[in-house]
Design a protein around this ligand. Structure first.
Ligand code: BTN
Length: 237
């Protein structure tokens, strides 16, 4: 991955650029990476704070031969790859909070956003957006997220080389992706469960149609979360 790289100094969102490149036929493994995003996008239509020079803001184009229902698997795969890369580069061991927030000491340091271009039976492209808070200090976060956000540097107590981490993320992603195409989702699921903190706990899952409270039982082979509500009814999210 990353053989075709579009590096941009400032952009509204790498996700938007990657979606357009994918639509125009960009090859699998094409990467869009920016120093700064002026309108970084998060999940659920939230904003993603992406200031200049402190983080990794990038979007990767994949073209997996899978039906759209299986796309959530790639989000989980990405979370595992980023955890492995962080562990490799910093020695810190992150947790995953379902579906794909990556936490250190309970605070979020990475967000992942996957978007699809697909027909009902076939995926054309998956755009994987990865935002990593690498070298921010606490003052560099907006006040309203200071209690829930962190950076790798804050947790490690020293600055981290962004280029090194980008390289390691791409390496781990490529390795897991090939493993996934050859052997399916099961090995990835086991790795994901190894990092997950939500399983067996009471959580609130936010969906586009509102939120559901329940106990997280695990994930299915498709990559959906199984959530048992108070009436013992199981939701697949
Ligand atoms: C989340 O809400 O947790 C997902 C955040 C995803 C942020 C990344 S930064 C690179 C890419 N471009 C965007 O506009 N968003 C994603």
């Amino acid at each position: 991955f990353g053989h075709f790289v579009h590096f941009v100094e400032e952009v509204d969102s790498t996700q938007k650029i990657a979606l357009r490149l994918a639509y125009d036929g960009a090859k699998e493994g094409t990467l869009v990476i920016a120093e700064q995003q002026t309108a970084g996008r998060g999940r659920m239509d939230r904003k993603w704070f992406s200031p200049k020079g402190t983080g990794i803001w990038m979007s990767l184009i994949l073209r997996p031969p899978i039906p759209p229902q299986k796309a959530p698997q790639l989000t989980l795969l990405t979370a595992v790859a980023v955890c492995q890369a962080i562990q490799q580069v910093t020695g810190l061991v992150p947790d995953i909070k379902w579906p794909n927030d990556i936490l250190l000491n309970g605070k979020k340091c990475v967000g992942i956003l996957t978007e699809l271009q697909a027909d009902p039976d076939r995926v054309h492209s998956v755009i994987i957006g990865i935002g990593v808070n690498v070298n921010q200090t606490i003052e560099q976060f907006p006040e309203d997220i200071r209690t829930v956000a962190t950076s790798l540097a804050m947790e490690k107590g020293e600055r981290i080389k962004r280029a090194h981490l980008v390289q390691e993320i791409l390496l781990q992603l490529e390795r897991l992706y090939h493993q996934y195409l050859q052997h399916g989702f099961r090995p990835i699921k086991l790795l994901w469960e190894g990092y997950a903190v939500s399983i067996g706990k009471k959580i609130t899952a936010h969906t586009l149609n509102g939120s559901i409270k329940g106990t997280a039982l695990g994930i299915t082979d498709e990559g959906l979360l199984m959530l048992e509500d108070e009436d013992k009814h199981i939701h697949y999210i």
